[in-house]
Design a protein around this ligand. Structure first.
Ligand code: HEM
Length: 302
């Protein structure tokens, strides 16, 4: 059997601009919202064709709390609300949201145009929780100045990491998101070698350091199980203004487990006594979990 078609934003290379919307579903009849979700793959392709911008892609994802009410279908195994974490002053909060809409492309204007069309079609049945515009910064660098995304899966591996292989939800993907707010003045107060020790890679040349402290970001999130590294497909992007900025972290995965295990090793020191040094300079202010069904599954919603 061929794999159902995934939603287009998931395996595509990240565009220069991204739009991330978390949404609440209003009480009442959910049929109109289902119709819009079913039409999203076509709306995206139509706008891409109309504007000659094939990089315009989207994905919509649904949270556990509204899954059954909205879809009337069986909830994907493993889809549960984001569980908050806390260790001393380090917190990874859970923030409520029913839906997640992710759009990316080479053009911010088209991302916004598509988002406006989708929100217009939803009408009052859906309310915005948070809307964040992401952008590529100095190539693929996070606002900390370090290249982000180097070890992301590439080519065919992206689908292997991100997509559920079989069962009723094949072609879908578990989505984890967190908006991080950086304390850049404090980060920039660190010496270059302290910054590199916090990340575990060199800043300019983006090479993995051979000797890195156990608190380095890379040392926290690289986890081997049965001889294989746990992997997620990241679509994170820098965002913000002069008054608040950071990283909008988004991961797609065939299972919710790898993200959870990585985040626990970042936040909690209960394992080996260490936490992620990056978290002394950036803090997550949102956290939510969703499932992005395949495009075929969405189309069949009506
Ligand atoms: C790698 C930054 C949050 C998972 C990296 C790299 C940077 C980075 C600079 C190295 C380059 C690369 O391979 O992409 C950040 C920042 C974060 C953040 C600034 C928050 C503000 C997270 C979170 C997770 C995560 C929350 C998962 C829970 C990973 C993974 C890698 C990575 C899996 C690749 C590791 C490898 O295979 O070498 N991150 N990250 N990151 N990060 Fe993060």
């Amino acid at each position: 059997m061929t794999m159902p078609q995934p939603q287009s934003a998931i395996c595509a290379e990240g565009g220069a601009f991204g739009l991330f919307l978390t949404l609440f579903l209003a009480d009442g009849d959910t049929t109109p919202v289902r119709r819009v979700l079913a039409a999203l793959p076509h709306m995206t392709e139509a706008l891409a064709a109309q504007t000659g911008e094939p990089s315009l892609v989207s994905s919509a994802a649904i949270g556990a709390a509204c899954w059954t009410r909205l879809t009337g279908r069986e909830c994907p195994d493993g889809l549960i609300p984001f569980a908050p974490l806390s260790d001393g002053t380090r917190k990874a909060p859970a923030t409520p949201a029913d839906l997640f809409l992710h759009i990316h492309s080479a053009r911010h204007d088209l991302n916004l145009m598509l988002a406006c069309r989708v929100m217009g079609a939803f009408g009052p049945r859906v309310r915005v929780v948070e809307e964040v515009m992401g952008f590529k910064h100095l190539g693929n660098r996070d606002l900390t100045g370090f290249v982000d995304g180097t070890e992301n899966p590439e080519g065919q591996e992206r689908a292997e990491v991100a997509l559920v292989k079989d069962g009723p939800h094949a072609g879908g993907s578990f989505v984890s998101l967190q908006r991080y707010v950086h304390d850049l003045p404090r980060w920039e107060g660190l010496s270059l070698s302290d910054q590199e020790a916090a990340v575990g890679r060199t800043k300019e040349s983006d090479e993995e350091m051979e000797a890195k402290p156990p608190s380095a970001h890379i040392a926290r999130v690289v986890i081997e199980e049965d001889g294989a590294e746990l992997e997620v497909l990241r679509h994170s992007m820098p965002y913000g203004t002069t008054s608040e900025n950071g990283l909008y972290f988004v991961a797609y995965c065939a299972s919710p487990e790898p993200f959870r295990k990585m985040l626990e090793r970042m936040v909690l020191s209960s394992g080996d006594g260490h936490h992620d040094r990056l978290l002394d300079f950036t803090r997550p202010v949102t956290g939510a979990a969703f499932f992005a069904p395949s495009a075929d599954w969405l189309r069949a919603l009506v």
